[in-house]
Design a protein around this ligand. Structure first.
Ligand SMILES: [Zn+2]
Ligand SMILES: [Zn+2]
Length: 483
């Protein structure tokens, strides 16, 4: 490969993009990236042929296997012969955070989502330390991440958790991906950013220097621990940063709550936040992706947000984007409402009025006389046979209403029945009286007229608020007799 060609695919990249040339991409059609000349879209990609015992190794991205699994194992082995000094340990942890921030504050929140603007010195810093995390170039990473947001959980999502937790964590890098499958996204802004393009073109050099040589230099020149700098500050630190940031694709789509929207997989959890420098409020993040925050409460752990805020105070970052809390609360309320609807749907609220048979008043009176314990309240007929013995007000009281219009009796004429009583009564309803007055109100409500007391949830189920049952009549008409 000629040296001027970019090496975005140091790791975790599908071969079709290995030789994309940013120089020729200054004005690309965003939907048609320039591809590797060796890549022939007419030939079936290896991922389109089923995996067999003979060809399985062709499905594996061996470069990534070496980088994600092989190198860390060699680091673990080397660590047996390399003593860990306290200075190297402190430096390795500090460098772990710096390179992690390169991914979370740089690759993710700055470049993939443009949730704030950075001055050139800050961009160079983030591109450098982000390169030290060894997770591909900014350009490649941000393009896949935009596809992940645009096509979350679908087949075009490069790391869909629907294919399994392990797949979303690193399987998607270890197995070859069909370049035709990944959803396309517009990255024209990244093609116009010279820091992004420089890093993409010089990716291999960036990775080797920032990933391995720089930590070796610091520990070597600083306190003479060259090997410690390479093994702990370099190789093992890369391993930890990679595994931590991979959790944004796996754990953040698997563990936790969904306070804003539960239709897709992203979730909020403190453990994910702790592991990923604050990227764990992922349900919020997928709803408000261009917000520079992931955690919106002051007590939640989001050091990436704190860093961006600090850079703003130092004049290094500006235009921090934030959604209004009004918009955020709307999402939260809608999700709460959805949960409430689900709870309510599990309860017995009685047969919906529109499904009840319509009875003539005389028919109602006749049936009551012939032994059926029917009682009409607000135009709705209830069969209370099984309830007479349990009536808290006694059998005589309830019997006195049988075959009559008990609207006034039930609503204070005899006793002001409780909210619970109205709810219980509704479970016993068996019919509606033709022309019954509340039925008329209900019909108007159904037609969507103003002043209607009746509301429906997303599934079309009628909401019955406390005190708003159809049998609840504030001022029963004095002459509520036979209609
Ligand atoms: Zn996600
Ligand atoms: Zn994102």
């Amino acid at each position: 490969m000629p040296s001027h060609q970019p090496t975005a695919g140091m790791m975790a990249v599908d071969p079709a993009y290995l030789s994309e040339q940013p120089s020729s991409l200054s004005k690309p059609a965003p939907e048609e990236p320039v591809r590797n000349p060796k890549y022939d879209p007419k030939k079936p990609h290896i991922t389109e042929t089923p995996m067999t015992r003979k060809n399985w190794y062709k499905h594996v991205n061996w470069l990534n296997v070496v980088l994600i699994i092989g190198v860390p194992i060699s680091g673990c082995v080397a660590a047996f012969w390399t003593p860990l000094t306290i200075k190297t340990l402190i430096f390795s942890i500090a460098y772990y955070y710096a390179t992690g921030l390169g991914i979370t504050a740089g690759y993710h929140r700055l470049w993939a989502h443009t949730s704030y603007q950075a001055t050139t010195p800050l961009k160079i810093f983030l591109a450098a330390v982000g390169g030290g995390a060894v997770e591909g170039s900014i350009r490649w990473w941000a393009r896949d991440h935009r596809a992940h947001h645009r096509y979350t959980d679908t087949d075009k999502d490069p790391y869909s958790v629907r294919k399994g937790l392990l797949y979303s964590h690193l399987g998607w890098m270890i197995m070859k991906q069909n370049p035709k499958r990944i959803g396309r996204t517009d990255i024209s802004d990244l093609n116009d950013d010279w820091v992004v393009q420089w890093q993409h073109k010089n990716y291999l050099k960036t990775v080797i220097f920032m990933g391995l040589i720089f930590p070796m230099l610091v520990a070597g020149l600083g306190w003479g621990d060259w090997m410690g700098g390479l093994i702990y500050g370099g190789i093992l630190r890369i391993f930890f940063v990679q595994q931590a940031t991979f959790c944004v694709n796996s754990l953040a789509h698997w563990l936790g709550d969904q306070p804003f929207d539960d239709r897709n997989s992203p979730r909020d959890h403190i453990i994910t936040a702790l592991v990923t420098l604050g990227e764990g409020y992922h349900n919020f993040h997928h709803e408000f992706p261009s917000d520079y925050r992931n955690a919106i409460e002051w007590h939640q752990y989001d050091p990436t947000k704190w860093s961006i805020w600090l850079w703003k105070q130092l004049g290094l970052a500006y235009d921090l984007k934030q959604f209004r809390s009004n918009e955020i609360e709307k999402g939260r309320v809608q999700q709460l409402q959805k949960k409430l609807d689900q709870k309510r749907a599990k309860l017995d609220w009685g047969v919906p009025l529109e499904q009840l048979p319509v009875m003539e008043w005389d028919d109602y009176v006749d049936q009551s006389k012939n032994g059926r314990a029917l009682i009409a309240v607000a135009g709705v007929v209830h069969d209370v046979s099984d309830f007479i013995n349990d009536h808290p007000g006694g059998k005589a009281m309830i019997r006195s209403g049988l075959g009559k219009d008990a609207t006034a009796m039930f609503n204070g004429g005899v006793y002001f029945h409780s909210n619970a009583a109205h709810n219980l009564l509704s479970t016993m309803r068996v019919g509606v009286i033709r022309g019954g007055m509340e039925v008329e109100i209900w019909k108007r409500g159904g037609a969507g007229e103003e002043g209607a007391q009746l509301y429906k949830d997303a599934n079309g189920n009628r909401l019955v608020r406390a005190g708003a049952q159809v049998t609840k009549v504030i001022q029963p008409p004095a002459s509520a007799g036979a209609a």
